[in-house]
Design a protein around this ligand. Structure first.
Ligand code: FMN
Length: 198
């Protein structure tokens, strides 16, 4: 039986440097993983390393008309780190990058989606940001954000790393029926998308 496909989307924030750890966690949980990186995310992510780890090209741009799709279609999507920019545009339905197009489409397809926004205290305080997180949650997106996930830092460089912490967050009951068991297990363990400041 072919493995279920997880799209991991990394945006332009420092945890994108270590998104390979998320890829390995998902692969260890039985997922076939494809990585997409936003244009700004490319300055952080280790593109050759991610391509070697997944066996797929790391996509950023929309393909040209008539070109074959090089990635299998996703069964689930994780966007981590998700920038303020991507959260706000996603909630507005904007598709001006391939990762945003995939995210907007994933809501339309009612795919299981996990988002882990990463930002500083001042960006997070803009009123649009909490409103858009609430919108995304109301549409069924599991948004890992809040003091129980990681404490917000002041503007400026932050030392960031991925961790395999074992949180207790439970999925919304209404989502459970649609989740593939592997994704449910991944999220319940909170290994899926969780960053901590050290
Ligand atoms: C060094 C650096 C660090 C950044 N860190 C963050 C961050 O932690 N969170 C965030 O939301 N944006 C951060 N940004 C800004 C985003 O990269 C910028 O808003 C970009 O347009 C996001 O594009 P994307 O959403 O398509 O990835 C950072 C930018 C730079 C250059």
């Amino acid at each position: 039986m072919s493995k279920r496909v997880l799209y991991v989307i990394a945006c332009g924030a420092p945890p994108a440097r270590d998104v390979g750890r998320l890829v390995r966690l998902a692969q260890d949980s039985g997922w076939q993983v494809c990585v997409l990186v936003s244009p700004s995310g490319r300055r952080f992510a280790d593109i050759p390393g991610l391509e070697e780890a997944t066996g797929y090209p790391v996509r950023t741009e929309y393909k040209n008309p008539g070109e074959p799709d090089v990635l299998p279609p996703p069964d689930a999507v994780i966007v981590a780190p998700a920038t303020v920019n991507t959260i706000n545009k996603w909630a507005a339905g904007i598709c001006d990058t391939l990762p945003l197009g995939i995210l907007v489409e994933a809501i339309g397809k009612r795919l299981p989606i996990v988002a882990m926004p990463f930002t500083n205290r001042e960006h997070a305080a803009h009123p649009a940001f909490p409103e858009n997180i609430a919108k995304l949650r109301s549409w069924g997106v599991i948004v890992l954000f809040g003091p129980e996930v990681y404490p917000l830092h002041d503007p400026g460089p932050a030392a960031v790393t991925w961790t395999c912490s074992h949180g207790r967050r439970q999925p919304k009951p209404s989502m459970c029926g649609r989740w593939r068991p592997e994704l449910r297990a991944l999220i319940q363990r909170n290994d899926a998308a969780r960053a901590c400041l050290r």
